[in-house]
Design a protein around this ligand. Structure first.
Ligand SMILES: Cc1cc2nc3c(=O)[nH]c(=O)nc-3n(C[C@H](O)[C@H](O)[C@H](O)COP(=O)(O)OP(=O)(O)OC[C@H]3O[C@@H](n4cnc5c(N)ncnc54)[C@H](O)[C@@H]3O)c2cc1C
Length: 387
């Protein structure tokens, strides 16, 4: 099977790096060890113990591309030599206030300009809550009346989205807007729709993210199709399953409303594949960015592409994985001629620790993912030993 080729999948990893990755995933696979590691790290930072070099040599190297754009570009080039593209994200998660939103805006603009200055970077990304107040997004989402002051804050959010999308448009860099929790997402969808209408008239620059663990997202994709025909714009969709399942279900129970999440993993999987099928059969209006580590979904999409007579390297279709994960998918798809791109988080080691902790926790909760990583690393080490 295409994605089982571990020689190709781990082509950029030395034996030492593979063994290191094995131990990291082993720790991440245990909730107890992850919690212990997280608390130990926090304690060491509090006591100002010099542990950042250990973090950098281990978990940072596995999941981040560097401390700044220049350092990260070395990783970008290495991946590019293996036909895998990259998109860079300044993954510093700071407190939310107007000043940090403006700082994040500057970082996104910097990364767009950096991408435009290199001919191997086509995409950029941002997280809406890094540039917008969750409180305002939530109020707009719930259609609550805003005070004049809050209206001013909302206008500022619209400005920030517009500055990013306009800069991306002027530099012809595609921009992926990450998806957030459902109680914010409606407000984000409305803004991104405005951006697509404005900047996606000749090609797909702006992509929204559709979380297919939500049972209402096929309806949303259908609505977008209708709007794109009426208004003459292209729709870009990053299709993912969704990262906030525990938070979503907990809040729905606490506040006594029907959870927006599909009733089981199997239903999410069906929904995800339906979403992909819908987009692939509407490529006159849509572009697909498939953000997934699920091999079955990838095989299904390849099958649909074959059935629909879509070229492997069709510029409207991209497969995205996170840096340090599912390399077997990325490198094997790229070798086969598909468009593949890695999400590369970067930032000063100390500042990206919250991102790294989140990555570890998400992996701990997605059991199948870590055991698959471990199985693949073991297989590759065995293959190397027998050669
Ligand atoms: C490039 C890229 C970009 C991403 N961007 C975003 C983003 O902007 N916003 C975002 O929210 N996430 C994002 N994610 C994360 C993504 O949503 C998933 O959490 C993650 O990729 C795991 O899903 P999977 O498709 O890889 O496969 P799998 O490991 O097969 O699926 C795991 C996912 O299935 C769903 N699931 C698990 N159990 C159940 C259950 N009992 N009932 C219903 N559903 C269930 C959950 O969504 C879970 O994360 C991104 C992922 C990638 C690779």
């Amino acid at each position: 099977m295409l994605l089982d080729n571990t020689k190709n999948g781990f082509i950029l990893k030395s034996n030492f790096e593979l063994i290191k990755a094995y131990f990291l995933f082993k720790i991440i696979s245990s909730r107890t060890l992850t919690n212990f590691g997280k608390n130990l790290l926090k304690l060491c930072l509090k006591l100002r113990l010099p542990i950042l070099f250990i973090v950098k040599a281990t978990v940072f190297r596995q999941f981040c591309s560097g401390e700044n754009l220049q350092e990260s570009f070395k990783t970008v080039k290495k991946l590019n030599d293996r036909k895998v593209k990259s998109y860079l994200h300044y993954s510093v998660e700071s407190q939310e206030n107007e000043k940090t939103y403006d700082n994040s805006l500057k970082e996104v603009i910097k990364s767009i300009e950096f991408a435009a200055s290199k001919d191997i970077l086509d995409f950029t990304v941002f997280k809406p809550t890094a540039i917008a107040s969750s409180e305002i997004l939530n109020k707009v989402n719930e259609k609550k009346e805003l005070s004049d002051f809050e209206k001013g804050l909302h206008d500022r959010i619209l400005d920030r989205f517009d500055i990013i999308c306009r800069t991306a448009f002027e530099n012809q860099i595609k921009v992926l807007v990450d998806a957030e929790e459902s109680w914010l997402q409606g407000a984000i969808d409305d803004i991104v729709l405005k951006m697509m209408i404005k900047y996606n008239t000749h090609s797909t620059i702006v992509y929204n993210t559709s979380q297919m663990y939500r049972h209402d997202r096929l309806k949303y994709l259908n609505e977008l199709k209708k709007l794109s025909i009426e208004n003459g714009f292209y729709v870009g969709i990053k299709l993912v399953r969704g990262a906030y399942i525990e938070k979503e279900n907990k809040r729905a129970i606490k506040r006594n409303y029907k959870s927006p999440i599909c009733e089981s993993k199997n239903v999410t999987d069906i929904n995800f594949n339906e979403g992909a099928r819908f987009i692939l059969s509407n490529l006159d209006n849509f572009s697909l960015f498939c953000g997934s580590h699920n091999e079955k979904s990838i095989y299904d999409i390849l099958e649909i592409m074959k059935d629909e007579g879509i070229k492997k390297n069709d510029s409207k279709i991209w497969f995205g994985q996170l840096y340090g994960m599912s390399d077997n998918i990325s490198f094997n798809l790229a070798e086969e001629g598909y468009n593949v791109i890695k999400y590369l988080p970067f930032g000063p080691v100390k500042e990206v620790i919250p991102y790294l902790i989140r990555r570890a926790e998400e992996n701990t909760s997605v059991k199948g993912q870590t055991s698959r990583e471990l199985e693949l690393i073991k297989k590759e080490l065995k293959r190397r030993r027998s050669n």
